[in-house]
Structure formats: structure tokens, C-alpha cells
Design a protein around this ligand. Structure first.
Ligand code: ZN
Length: 69
């Protein structure tokens, strides 16, 4: 009975803590599900010299460029 309440609170606390560790898109500043200690070579949408992009920004910047050429 009491245990259920405690579980729910712990869960939401954990989520916030995890989100705080996520990387931010350098373009739109949205949180991305990538932790900062994840190696760059395993990251999706990471641009060397620019930083971490989200899927949408990556498609907008690089997807369009590839198509128009
Ligand atoms: Zn973005």
C-alpha cells in the first residue's frame, strides 16, 4: 500500500535525473537521448567541430544539402 506510492515517486525522480544528463542539440537546444559520456563514434547526428544535433536538425541541415546536390 505504502510501497506503491514510494515506487512512483522514485521513478519520476530517476527520470529527471537522467534527463539532466542528456546532451542538448546545439541547434534547437532540445534534449537528446544521448548521455555525454557516450563515445562520439557511437553517437548519431554528432558533427565534428559543431557538436550534437538532434534528428530533425540533422535532416534539415544535411538532408537538404545532400538532396539539392
Ligand atoms: Zn535540434
Amino acid at each position: 500500500m505504502n510501497g506503491n506510492r514510494g515506487k512512483t515517486e522514485q521513478k519520476s525522480e530517476r527520470k529527471t535525473e537522467q534527463e539532466a544528463q542528456w546532451e542538448t542539440c546545439v541547434c534547437c537546444h532540445r534534449k537528446i537521448r544521448v548521455v555525454p559520456d557516450q563515445p562520439i563514434e557511437f553517437r548519431a547526428f554528432y558533427i565534428e567541430g559543431a557538436g550534437q544535433l538532434c534528428y530533425d536538425c540533422y535532416q534539415e541541415i544535411y538532408g537538404n544539402r545532400k538532396r539539392s546536390q
